[in-house]
Write a new protein. Structure first.
Length: 276
């Protein structure tokens, strides 16, 4: 065998060995790469499952915290003889009997209470009629009529995006933390059937508590008081502390004559007061 042949065979052998080494290395890399890819897929799959589970948990939590359909109530009047609060179809009071009664109740231990309402806009006064946001809050001195006034937003159109905010504070005998239990809302301008029909009413409120979004509250198109359960939200405030609710108009029931959207009253009840 010639030297050239020997060199050729040696060269081919070296190349073969190099190819084999590279092939083996590549095979090992491919095997390692396959294992890494499998692990990555398993991790990603696990993360997707965790995200999916978290999403399901969040959806369930959201469902548990959703506003339920309002309960329709009735109006009240105070019996002039016994000063008792009674249901009355043609009554001019609404809200919660304990708030309306002059008799002994859980309010007997109240040292200070305030509810201040502000709004993003309000309709200009029309003669003696005012549409200030303060018209919606509970206050003494109604003279038996809580339906005589209302808040009306003041922008052009139906008021989508406008809002009213209530900042409430109670200090007195009771628990260290108060829990909000229920909201009473009288929708539209409920002074008369005509004023209620002619002006717009809120169909959907976006509700916020201390700027935390609680969800959408769908109101019924009725002049009667509507009661909304707050128990699922477990909203609490310290005795003597301030709590702020904001109601933003998202949808409306349009009035037959005016574009203005109105709210007659909002009363927010809470548990934890202790009377004498």
């Amino acid at each position: 065998m010639s030297l050239r042949s020997k060199e050729s065979i040696l060269g081919v052998t070296i190349i073969a060995l190099l190819v084999a080494a590279v092939t083996g290395c590549t095979g090992q890399q491919e095997q390692e790469s396959g294992i890494a890819s499998s692990v990555t897929q398993q991790v990603e799959s696990s993360m997707i499952r965790e995200e999916s589970s978290e999403s399901v948990r969040e959806e369930k939590a959201a469902e548990q915290r959703m506003f339920s359909a309002p309960r329709i109530g009735t109006f009240y009047e105070v019996n002039p003889e016994g000063a008792e609060v009674e249901e009355a179809e043609d009554g001019r009071l609404f809200g919660f009997p304990e708030w309306l009664s002059d008799g002994c109740s859980s309010w007997c231990g109240c040292e200070e209470f305030s509810c201040v309402a502000t709004a993003s806009s309000q309709l200009s006064d029309q003669g003696k009629s005012t549409y200030d946001p303060s018209n919606v809050v509970f206050r003494t001195g109604y003279n038996g009529d809580m339906l005589d006034t209302a808040w009306a937003e003041g922008v052009q159109g139906t008021g989508i995006g406008e809002s009213i905010e209530l900042c409430q504070m109670y200090r007195g005998t009771g628990e260290e933390l108060f829990t909000f239990t229920e909201i009473c809302i009288v929708n539209g301008y409920a002074k008369t059937e005509t004023s209620w029909e002619e002006n717009g009413r809120v169909k959907v409120f976006r509700v916020y508590y201390e700027e935390e979004y609680l969800g959408e509250l769908t109101l019924l198109d009725t002049r009667q008081p509507q009661y909304i359960d707050l128990a699922p939200f477990q909203l609490q405030v310290a005795n003597g502390g301030e709590a702020t609710f904001r109601f933003e108009i998202a949808e409306v029931y349009e009035g037959s004559k005016y574009e203005d959207t109105c709210i007659t009253g909002i009363v927010i009840d809470f548990a934890g007061r202790i009377g004498h």
